[in-house]
Design a protein around this ligand. Sequence first.
Ligand code: 8OZ
Length: 371
Amino acid sequence: MPTLFDPITIGDIRCANRIAMAPLTRNRSPNAVPTELSVIYYTQRATAGLLITEATAISQQGQGYADVPGLYAPEQLAAWRKVTDAVHEANGRIVTQLWHVGRISHHSLQPGGGKPVAPSAIRANSKTYLLNADGSGAFAATSEPRALAESEIPGIVEDYRRAARAALHEAGFDGIEIHAANGYLVDQFLRAGSNRRTDRYGGAIENRARFLFEVVSAVVDEVGGGRVGIRLSPVTPSNDASDPEPQPLFEHVARGLGRDGLAYVHVIEGATGGDRSFRQGEREFDYAAFKAAYREAGGRGAWMVNNSYDRELAEEAVSSGRADMVAFGKLFIANPDLVRRFREGLPLNEPQKATFYGGGARGLIDYPFAA
Ligand code: 8OZ
């Protein structure tokens, strides 16, 4: 049976081990441009089998927070190129997470100060993160969104396609991960709580999943499925996401993805960053059935799991065949050499919450490596 430390090829990407760095928002990219600190931060962690960047906006409309990076302007792409060159120099593999926040935004971040866009005009009971005039960060309620006209949807799908192309061909990434989790735009279409549309994109499960499949098709068509992953969170309540019946919804999604030839499917189990046994609706979510639906439809991508894993649980997941890879978030913030610490059973640094979002080098690049 494989161990966490065995190499794995996911689609077209050869990974040195089965330990991934989860995407982690750090709010340290002024004007949406990564900095030299980002180069150091990711390069320090390049021994991960796969680095997944922090969520990165595909357009200004897709922006929802202060100082998160983008993939839609030349200076952003040039800055990411420095990150990917340095990671590759260190023998790492890195994909970027394509992000449109939908309604989880604030009008001050939107083009022309307009309303954020969403499947339906329902405000999320959630917060975003803005900058004060003095440069300090502050949480603020999300703004009232407007419902997208059906005619606007192809343009957003095109933004994903363009971002994927730029990510590979200009920024030098090994692949992309579609952010379809945590209550952002793709997830807003999926879940009944945020999607009350009566057109082809709302109502029945097949309709609510249409936007996701259009995004996947566009991106796969552009860069090839072997360089595409997707992140899903079937039951998370993050950002006011809700659906009374996640099981049939996500099995439908899994079956569709099984036909798309993806490199990997990345699943957040439970409530993001917290309770692994969290449920929506009455029944416990059956992750094995969800995965089986993907495999039965022909899906061969790596099955990546995430959420509050420690070394023991991760080893169990991989050695039992329940998962092919495990992504770690907070532990990778605090331990640049997490792979070595796991392999050698070394003690771990404690993540410091106060420096997760915003700020500079402290809490980003100064966690010590093991001696
Ligand atoms: C924490 C803070 C802001 C954004 C996600 C991109 O939950 C995020 C995020 C997390 O997927």
